[in-house]
Design a protein around this ligand. Structure first.
Ligand code: NAD
Length: 342
């Protein structure tokens, strides 16, 4: 089905569009498929392609639903996803509800365990143990953040690596880093990002420079590993990086995963670059004379669109792909549990 290299049976596949050579006047954007390109300071600007993560996620979900039905019909296996939520954080409740809804829409066996905020670590570990041994469950997810008295590392590492559909277990992190993704689970956000980049650039990023802004374990680091696996020359940047705009300006592929609204501006971006905005920031903005709460990414979308080749919007870009990749991982887990190709 998939090994995160664009060869899955779920439709999560690069369209393999060949790279188009752009005119030599285009300031080092030779390997990128967009053009013509002009600097932000030139007289003509381009309008980037809007990468529609929502449409891609829908398309992928349809394929997952079909594969799920086939797995049930041919092997009597229904992918099972268990989501554990501890406490009543409102944002977490929305995320969990959406995951459950999506799992049901894909035809999965979907279970939610909502447990009290003051549940002891011992009891949480006991629940994870039960889910690890439950043959009807192929994916286990503990919604983060956890209440303060619980140790995130102990809890995420208690999930069996073979059911760790979030890809947070050290076994899965190790496999990804070593390039052994055939039976590993890759964290959902970077897994979704890489599929969107492959749609734009094909699945081999040889000769392309990629800059990842942010070095978290759930986004930045696995993103770097996936880009490297596809032969990009990868630069990892973070809060201590010197001259971040100068570094980003070299990138054919930019991944922003910081959590700072509208940080990446047009004059940071190489003409024609593919820009993936992972950030989700809630900001107050004046809309029609009224202050309203609005979601925005780490990329100043309108500004960056004047110079980039393709950009993901927020909302409607990375977010919908993340949730669908969770279903993708759960289906893979169910297939692997039956000895089928993942
Ligand atoms: P995090 O806080 O764990 O990591 C942020 C990273 O940004 C750190 O490595 C830090 O060094 C770096 N950073 C901070 N300030 C910086 C600066 N000024 N310049 C350069 N780097 C800087 O965050 P995370 O979990 O990786 O999430 C990042 C963003 O992505 C958040 O907005 C989060 O909400 C969002 N997110 C979205 C999805 C999705 O599905 N769309 C999934 C996960 C995270």
């Amino acid at each position: 089905m998939a090994d995160y290299r664009g060869e899955c049976h779920c439709g999560a596949r690069s369209n393999g569009r060949p790279l188009r050579v752009s005119p030599s006047s285009n300031m080092g954007a030779e390997a990128l498929p967009y053009g013509p390109f002009f600097s932000t300071h030139g007289s003509i600007s381009m309008s980037a392609k809007r990468i529609d993560g929502k449409a891609k996620a829908e398309q992928l979900a349809e394929s997952i639903t079909e594969q799920t039905a086939a797995l049930l019909a041919d092997h009597g296996i229904k992918p099972g996803l268990a989501v554990v939520i501890i406490g009543e954080d409102p944002a977490s409740q929305v995320y969990v509800r959406n995951k459950k809804r999506r799992a049901e829409a894909c035809g999965f066996h979907s279970v939610q365990h909502t447990i009290a905020k003051d549940t002891s670590q011992e009891d949480v570990l006991k629940l994870i143990d039960e889910l690890n041994s439950d043959d009807a469950i192929h994916g286990i997810l503990v919604q983060l953040p956890l209440p303060d008295h619980l140790d995130e590392q102990t809890i995420t590492q208690a999930i069996s690596p073979s059911k760790d559909v979030d890809g947070f277990h050290f076994v899965n992190i190790g496999k990804l880093t070593a390039g052994h993704t055939a039976d590993a689970f890759v964290p959902c956000t970077p897994a979704g990002c890489i599929l969107m980049i492959e749609d734009e650039l094909g699945s081999d990023f040889s000769s392309l420079n990629a800059v990842v802004i942010g070095r978290s374990n759930i986004v930045g680091k696995p993103m770097g590993a996936l880009l490297l696996q596809r032969n990009a020359t990868v630069t990892m940047t973070h809060s201590r990086t010197k001259d971040l705009p100068g570094v980003v300006r070299n990138a054919d592929i930019v991944i922003a995963a910081v959590g700072r609204p509208d940080m990446v501006k047009a004059d940071w971006v190489k003409p024609g670059a593919v820009v993936i905005d992972v950030g989700i920031n809630r900001v107050e903005k004046e809309i029609d004379g009224e202050m309203k709460s609005k979601l925005t990414g780490d990329v100043d979308y309108d500004d960056v669109c004047t110079v980039a080749g393709a950009v993901t919007p927020v909302p409607g870009g990375v977010g919908p792909m993340t949730i669908t990749m969770l279903m993708f991982n759960t289906l893979r887990s169910a297939r692997l549990s039956a000895g089928l190709e993942g």
